[in-house]
Ligand binder design. Structure first.
Ligand code: F6P
Length: 319
């Protein structure tokens, strides 16, 4: 292994930059040449690449986003695009790929690596924390803290004006962010894509609470469970209480990575390079039970299993 390429694909996550820094500097320290691929798979298709030296990753450790840019590259599903990407791999004598991203990135890396016999290692980075078998992905802690800050602010006005707030957080298929912020923010309820939403029962709790003097609520909704605006209207219709909707949206994807997101990124960057140097492939590196591990792409891309019922029950019990 002499030359590796690193790319970031799919939704950006705070901590991708420290991960790039670790791959570049740890790779160079281990006598590898490291190439950066711009705009994810699209850059591999279109030869948007550049050699990254030690200095090229200076000052990025504290920055959100990704200096390599990223894209959701639908084109990469086609055979023609994949062949062009493989031609880039051959032309620039790339011996291994480090793919920093989430589920979609690993699915593509698994297919591409198998089809063209290219060693691919993934680094789990996604605000959604939806990689099966892993405790946390790079960026999830930052996103949760960003959403939590917003919820704490909303709590002030919710309490003062005695209102119900429905706050929508990111998470198309996975309710991890919603559950984490609902628990940490002391929120009264949470709607996630993994469990059926029982609006009648949520409204019953609100009306009952109101009768015994409770005056404000924050209900967190993961985007995959529905729109905050719709829920707010329905809750107002059923309870008659004043309700507001807030959608936090993409602010959750940006910002300075927290210490946890950075440390994780730096440790995983090293692990991905080590894996390629050892001849490992077709796996994602991540954190499991507090340790850095490598898990097969095929396992990583399955639906994440975690104790969502336990967290949900705790939120409801502590309300
Ligand atoms: O990166 C994950 C994620 O933030 C999801 O939570 C969300 O559904 C999606 O990306 C939004 O993607 P886009 O910015 O491409 O609309």
């Amino acid at each position: 292994m002499k030359r590796i390429a690193v790319l970031t694909t799919g939704g950006d996550a705070p901590g991708m930059n420290p991960a790039i820094r670790a791959v570049v500097r740890y790779g160079i320290a281990n006598k590898l040449e490291v190439i950066g691929v711009f705009r994810g798979w699209s850059g591999l298709i279109n030869e948007e690449i550049k050699v990254l030296d030690h200095r090229s990753v200076s000052g990025i450790i504290s920055q959100g986003g990704t200096i390599l840019k990223t894209s959701r590259c639908v084109e990469f599903r086609s055979k023609e695009a994949q062949e062009r990407a493989y031609n880039t791999v051959k032309k620039f004598a790339v011996d291994g790929l480090v793919i920093i991203g989430g589920n979609g990135s690993f699915t593509a890396g698994h297919e591409f690596g198998k089809k063209y016999n290219v060693p691919c290692m993934g680094i789990a980075a996604s605000i959604d924390n939806d990689i099966n078998g892993l405790d946390y992905t790079i960026g999830s802690d930052t996103a949760i803290n960003t959403a939590l800050n917003a919820i704490d602010n909303i709590r002030d006005t919710a309490t003062s004006l005695e209102r119900i707030f429905v706050v929508e957080v990111m998470g198309r298929d996975c309710g991890f962010i919603a559950l984490a912020v609902a628990l940490a923010g002391g929120c009264e309820d949470v709607f996630i894509p993994e469990r059926p939403v029982d609006l009648e029962s949520a409204c019953h709790d609100i009306v009952h609470g109101n009768l015994i003097g409770k005056v404000s609520w924050i209900i967190v909704v993961a985007e995959g469970a529905g729109k905050a605006e719709d829920f707010a209207k329905k809750i107002n219709g059923i309870t008659g209480l004043e309700t507001r909707a807030v959608t936090l949206g993409h602010i959750q994807r940006g910002g300075r990575p927290t210490a946890f997101s950075r440390d994780l990124a730096l440790r995983l960057g090293k692990e991905a390079v080590d894996a390629l140097l050892e001849g490992d492939r077709d796996k994602a590196v991540g954190l499991s039970k507090g340790r850095v591990v490598r898990i097969g792409f095929e396992t990583a891309i399955k639906k994440k299993e975690f104790d969502l019922e336990g967290i949900y029950k705790l939120i409801k019990t502590l309300t």
